[in-house]
Write a protein that binds this ligand. Structure first.
Ligand code: MV4
Length: 499
């Protein structure tokens, strides 16, 4: 092992930049790879070296394992960081990287494989007394027998594909009459989507909160957790808002879940960064769902409340270093909220609205972090995820973090594409969110496109006065009114008034 001298980042956009920043601070040289659509991207400019790896579609560029490994060798990189998405949870890639004599900045191929199979993961963690949702622990072979089990568990139940995850390949069954039909559909869907028709059933927890724990293991068998992230505000399994800490966890529950998360990692001899996903029911019972064997999009909220640079920690672990702290040395500081800014139109069913960032001005100030990969004038490529940026705000308390997030959203200036900024502001202003009393059904329950069309605020008197003069055509001079030309305040942006 030993020190990494040069790192190839097998990714693009904000996460490629994020990784390069930490690498550079550690004195590690960086190699960017890019597709033809990303020629002018910031990650290309930021890197010490950059190599074009193919045409825009990711299947012909960012997903080309052999090309990536070859470029690493050519540039004499000694390690590859996969980021998130793309090849980050591909066991085959992890093992090929290592076989080529390079360091994979991530867990072992075996850990990725074990956690990739939801049934194998459940079986492994059950031995460590990690709480699981009541259900079956083997792939369903006999549908009539499964129907009997479903009745014992009690409806509604959920059918899940073992090779699924992140909400893919799930089916709710409300009653016994639907069971056989839904089971047949689930198996055929899983077969065509994953090439593996194994499914299992679980009791359906109808309105859970989604709470995930950040864990880290080193290559010497030590494992710690860096507390939780609350990710309940999501839309069709795409997270919208993430925060740390969760407002529902007591210190006791946090310890119990943290210990369970560490046990999940131990169950697969884990090293590197990982995320253990739990659901929490209305009685605060928690259940393990799955483990993501990568750095997550929402990792910055954990960085803000723990003060730990997770990418640097990943690199040190990859170099073979021991974890530099023990569990009792970690503590939480303040509250952090991340809002995901997508080039999507909330008024139009969140349809991607890719285009050119005509204006792009980031919010600034104390406690504000923007992780992005764009500058004003750049276009958002059509080929990839339409996320523009992550806005992360940190303050002493949850209330203050919410206020800062609203201020930052109002200060953020993006034109040329529709964005989810106004939608994020709607969440921040909603009583259910502010009270902390919400679950994974938040968006379904409270959001309709109509909420984005709000009336002008009554305190906008100056604006009203201007409107009235415009309407009546009786514009008085500045000298007469003593009021100078009004400028619409920059701080009133993203108020959700449609153009
Ligand atoms: C569940 C569940 C309720 N009961 N399992 C969705 C993502 C994948 N990790 C598993 N998921 C769920 N599994 C049982 N037995 C509800 C979800 C779920 C969910 C979980 C986390 C975050 C958002 C979610 C949205 C809908 C459903």
């Amino acid at each position: 092992m030993g020190k990494i001298k040069k790192l190839l980042i097998a990714n693009r956009g904000e996460i490629a930049l994020r990784i390069m920043r930490s690498a550079r601070e550690m004195g590690i040289k960086t190699v960017a790879v890019y597709s033809e659509a990303d020629r002018n991207a910031l990650h290309v400019r930021f890197a010490d070296e950059a190599v074009c790896i193919g045409p825009p579609p990711s299947g012909e560029s960012y997903l080309k394992m052999d090309t990536l490994i070859e470029v690493a060798k050519q540039t004499q990189a000694d390690a590859i960081h996969p980021g998130y998405g793309f090849l980050s949870e591909n066991e085959d890639f992890a093992s090929r990287v290592e076989k080529a004599g390079l360091v994979f900045v991530g867990p072992s191929a075996q850990s990725i494989k074990l956690m990739g199979s939801k049934l194998a993961a459940k079986e492994a963690v059950a031995k460590f007394n990690v709480p699981l949702v009541p259900g079956t622990s083997e792939p369903i072979q006999d549908v009539t027998n499964a129907q009997k089990i479903a009745k014992e568990i009690g409806y509604p139940i959920l059918i899940k594909a073992s090779a699924g995850g992140g909400g893919k390949g799930m089916r709710v069954v409300e009653s016994e009459e639907q069971f056989i039909e839904q089971m047949e559909r689930a198996v055929s869907e899983a077969t065509s989507a994953f090439g593996d028709g194994s499914v299992f059933i679980e009791k359906y927890v109808t309105q859970p909160r989604h709470i995930e724990f950040q864990i880290f293991g080193d290559k010497h068998g030590n494992v710690i957790h860096l507390f939780e992230r609350e990710c309940s505000v999501q839309r069709r399994h795409q997270k919208v808002i993430e925060e740390a800490p969760s407002s529902v966890l007591t210190p006791e529950l946090r310890n119990a879940m943290g210990e369970a998360a560490v046990n999940v990692a131990r169950a697969c001899n884990y090293y590197g960064a990982g995320t253990v996903e739990f659901i929490l029911d209305e009685n605060l019972n928690f259940y393990f769902l799955e483990m993501n064997t990568r750095l997550q999009v929402e990792h910055p909220v954990t960085e803000m409340v723990t003060g730990v640079d997770l990418v640097k920690l990943q690199l040190k672990i990859a170099e073979g270093e021991k974890l530099p702290f023990a569990q009792h040395e970690l503590s939480l500081h303040g509250h952090a909220i991340e809002a995901r800014v997508y080039a999507e139109d909330p008024a139009n069913n969140f349809l991607p609205d890719i285009g050119t960032l005509k204006t792009y001005q980031r919010p600034q100030g104390n406690g504000i972090r923007v992780d992005d990969g764009f500058e004003q004038g750049m276009s958002i490529p059509f080929y990839y995820d339409p996320m523009i940026a992550k806005l992360i705000c940190h303050a002493e308390t949850r209330e203050m973090a919410i206020a800062k997030t609203i201020r930052a959203i109002e200060e953020y200036e993006i034109t040329g594409v529709e964005t989810t900024l106004g939608f994020c502001k709607f969440v921040m202003q909603h009583n259910a969110f502010r009270s902390g009393n919400f679950d994974t059904k938040f968006v379904e329950k409270y959001f309709t496109p109509e909420v984005l069309i709000t009336a002008p605020e009554p305190e906008d008197e100056l604006l009203a006065a201007v409107l009235s003069t415009v309407m009546t055509g009786t514009k008085k001079s500045t000298a007469e009114t003593g009021v100078s030309e009004p400028v619409v305040s920059k701080w009133k942006q993203n108020r959700l008034v449609r153009k």
